[in-house]
Design a protein around this ligand. Sequence first.
Ligand SMILES: Nc1nc2c(ncn2[C@@H]2O[C@H](COP(=O)(O)OP(=O)(O)O[C@H]3O[C@H](CO)[C@@H](O)[C@H](O)[C@@H]3O)[C@@H](O)[C@H]2O)c(=O)[nH]1
Ligand SMILES: [Mg+2]
Length: 194
Amino acid sequence: MNDPIRIVAVEVLSDDWFILKKTTFDYRRRDGSWQRQSRETYDRGNGATILLYNREARTVILTRQFRFPAFVNGSPDGMLIESCAGLLDLDDPLTCIRRETEEETGFRVTDVRKVFEAYMSPGSVTEKLYFFVGHYQSANRVRDGGGDASEGEDIEVLELPIERAMAMIDSGEIRDGKTIMLLQHACLHGLFEH
Ligand SMILES: Nc1nc2c(ncn2[C@@H]2O[C@H](COP(=O)(O)OP(=O)(O)O[C@H]3O[C@H](CO)[C@@H](O)[C@H](O)[C@@H]3O)[C@@H](O)[C@H]2O)c(=O)[nH]1
Ligand SMILES: [Mg+2]
């Protein structure tokens, strides 16, 4: 009886690459009354992202790639600078982020730890994102990275001083939420302090 939600109907509006549903439900308001609502949810699974950082060199590894949704919403060339990230598919978050790190950046890192989880757009997108940090050195680079070309990925790997990356948030050159969160986490938690 404590459940604040009663599902009334679920309609699949689109089931192509990911799933868009419209759900009608009764919601119990804080005053105890019931209210019928309907909400669309875009389910693209969960994801993981990582900030690769080198404490000694005071650098981070970021990626740069074309993002069509950003292109259609105000990014002149659609090129976004981001922390390495990928969808979980069937993997657990740690396995996913190790795989994506090597595929996208070419780095094979062992020192990886989860720092937090977040819903990135909870009003419409179901996705929960798992955030990691990982220490890297140049010796961890085992290949070029760049992503899976057959899936359309064309990822440039950037190595930037942390001060430069932080300045790029202020200048608007970095405009991706997960990336801003990880860079700020790194500074707040002293990842570059000895
Ligand atoms: N054909 C097709 N391919 C798609 C579509 N949407 C995404 N893809 C492709 O599916 C692949 C997914 O790549 P991943 O590296 O696994 O995911 P991601 O797109 O980098 O997602 C990460 O970043 C997102 C944005 O911040 C996060 O939302 C997500 O959780 C994840 O961390 C990419 O090649 C992408 O182009 C689509 O509608 N159609
Ligand atoms: Mg990716």
